[in-house]
Design a protein around this ligand. Structure first.
Ligand code: OXD
Ligand code: MN
Length: 597
């Protein structure tokens, strides 16, 4: 399929190491993919779902010990430990190749090795990058078909170039003790072994498009970010694009596919989704920042997705999607997960299902300790083509992406952060991103309000030293002629009883509206210690059961709480030592001085 010597050498070396029985190059043609799906059906790797209700859709069950990304077993393998920084796990590249090479040795005996050429970003765009993933999993092949652009045309675009990311994946025997997700940024290489879970094995996504790409971006002058991209269409038809970074479980996919409330829809507001997870951002010829979504599909969390929380995500899964670890409703061969009963008004929980482990399940099923058992794994997923999304942007395939008017950071903070605030300037915005944090909930961890610092939502995804990553953001600011404004949002402020004050979901358009008005100079703001907050009257609460006093509370900045926050930031920053950019130290000192004024 190619004469590219480096590609052939990579494939041959992988085969020598893993010793597959045969090698199959994935051409991207539907007939070949259909054959592979058939083979996976015959082995039980895929289960075909109801062709009328869910055409082209499949269910996959992963091993029960292999259901999530494994941050503890994810490594950055660069020559100097300091270049990986204090947040990443580090392994010496030579040690990593030899130690994990032993695990790969012979791992594909009796299996087929598939070679998947794929493009992150539209095929042939100067913004896009090529990867080759070698794998022994059909699930990976058919999922990569959804999540990226695959096939021969990618190799044609690559030509003789050596500029591609080498990804080697083997399920091996799914031994959790020997599971490794290794990144060699200096070699453009990813090794993933003993896992079959999407985030660990669809190497185009977190491994390439964030960890390796963030390193490439630092060296080449662009940015790879854990951000959604959306367009807000105003009544006059004008569309402004915004990118936003939130840590996991803070509603990125929901915001990316937001449906405005009736009041806004009637006026002519509409939100278009360009991406829900990753943005590659470059400075355009016009001096603005331009962003593409390098992916071709969504890898969304299923539980909680319903016609209330995110109709557009649910509708995206109605054809040609792959579900992983959700429950099977054998009565009509469809899928189910917790929270889905809200899908159809009046629909009740199915009484008889097959749970994600393949066991019979009813709402009364309990485990050995008598605790209720979930039908779908809490991290069960769907992989759905982006073009299925009813609000997919017309610019989704635009080779150079969309121009950004605003960048938004956010997290889950019960008290600290106001509903929205604007950073004073670019470097203040970098500071705001660098101090991002999210509070864990009791349901998730057992400990309420534990703050995990997650700068720019990139804590698990920066492929090099986080301090250098901050410095790169500051450097980028100098190259941008027309800088987007930077904001922070917090949909999760609670009252004294712990109830969320802000309704969230579609009503978040009200905050986006203020953000865009600020960008267009249409509204004033109040300067406080942390930046600019809205005047309460400028957040449109028409049709909501919220008065101006409540909005004032949502926008309040409490001095004592923030002085505590400053302590936490100092502790977090301390681990970076001298590598922390001076600009951020200055911003932290400024914040402290402002609070004490
Ligand atoms: C994540 C994801 O874990 O997008 O961030 O899957
Ligand atoms: Mn993500």
């Amino acid at each position: 399929m190619t004469n590219n010597k480096q590609v052939l050498e990579f494939v041959n070396k992988s085969a020598e190491l893993c010793q597959p029985d045969k090698i199959v190059w994935i051409t991207g043609e539907e007939a070949q993919l259909e054959e592979l799906r058939k083979e996976a059906l015959s082995t039980g790797e895929l289960i075909k779902l109801n062709e009328e209700k869910l055409p082209g859709c499949y269910l996959h069950r992963s091993d029960v010990n292999d259901v999530a990304r494994v941050e503890g077993r994810t490594f950055i393998c660069c020559k100097n430990k300091e270049d990986a920084g204090p947040i990443n796990n580090w392994m010496d590249p030579q040690e990593a190749y030899s130690k994990v090479g032993e695990i790969f040795k012979g791992s594909m005996k009796g299996r087929t090795m598939y070679v998947i050429p794929y493009s992150m970003g539209a095929v042939g765009s100067t913004f896009s990058k090529v990867g080759i993933e070698v794998t022994d999993s059909i699930y990976v092949v058919v999922s990569m078909k959804i999540m990226t652009r695959i096939g021969k045309e990618v190799l044609d675009v690559l030509g003789d170039s050596n500029d591609f990311v080498r990804g080697l994946h083997s399920k091996a025997n799914l031994d959790a003790e020997k599971r490794y997700i290794l990144h060699f940024p200096e070699d453009n290489t990813i090794w993933s072994v003993n896992s079959g879970y999407g985030g660990n094995v669809l190497l185009g996504k977190k491994c390439f498009a964030l960890r390796i790409a963030s390193f490439q971006g630092k060296n080449e002058g662009w940015m790879a970010e854990h951000m959604l991209i959306l367009g807000v269409q105003k009544p006059n038809g004008e569309i402004n694009y915004v990118s936003a970074a939130f840590p996991s479980a803070c509603g990125k996919t929901n915001l990316a596919m937001l449906i405005p409330p009736a009041l806004y829809r009637e006026k002519g507001y509409k939100v278009w989704c360009v991406g829900d997870d990753i943005a590659w951002i470059r400075v355009g010829k016009d001096g603005r920042l331009w962003a593409i979504n390098p992916e071709n599909g969504f890898f969304g969390v299923a539980p909680g997705t319903n016609m209330h929380s995110n109709p557009n995500a649910l509708l995206s899964t109605k054809k040609n999607a792959i579900f992983t670890n959700v429950a099977l409703d054998e009565t009509d061969n469809t899928v189910w997960w917790e929270g889905m009963e809200k899908d159809v008004p009046g629909k009740v929980k199915p009484q008889n299902l097959i749970d994600w482990k393949g066991n019979p399940w009813t709402p009364d099923t309990v485990d050995a300790e008598g605790k209720p058992v979930k039908a779908a794994h809490p991290n069960s997923r769907f992989t759905a083509p982006a073009i299925n999304c009813p609000c997919i942007s017309s610019e989704f395939e635009a080779p150079e992406g969309v121009p950004l008017t605003a960048i938004v950071f956010g997290g889950r903070r019960a008290k600290t952060a106001p509903l929205v605030y604007e950073a004073r300037d670019w470097n203040s915005g970098v500071f705001v991103g660098s101090i991002m944090a999210s509070e864990t909930t009791a349901a998730a961890t057992g400990a309420v309000g534990v703050v995990r610092r997650d700068p720019m939502a990139m804590r698990p995804f920066v492929g090099y030293n986080m301090a250098d990553y901050f410095a790169h953001w500051i450097e980028m600011g100098k190259k941008i002629g027309k800088q987007p404004k930077i904001f922070n949002v917090n949909w999760f402020r609670t009252d004294d009883e712990g109830n969320f004050i802000w309704p969230g979901f579609g009503d978040n358009i009200r905050v986006l509206d203020w953000i865009l008005k600020r960008c267009n100079g249409e509204v004033d703001a109040r300067e406080v210690a942390i930046g600019y907050v809205p005047y309460a009257k400028d957040i449109n609460v028409e049709g909501l059961d919220i008065d101006e006093k409540v909005v004032e509370d949502l926008l309040s900045v409490d001095k004592e709480t923030w002085l505590e926050e400053v302590k936490g930031i100092k502790e977090f920053y301390a681990q970076f030592g001298d590598r922390l950019p001076k600009e951020l130290e200055v911003k932290l000192a400024e914040l402290e001085a402002n609070l004490n004024k």
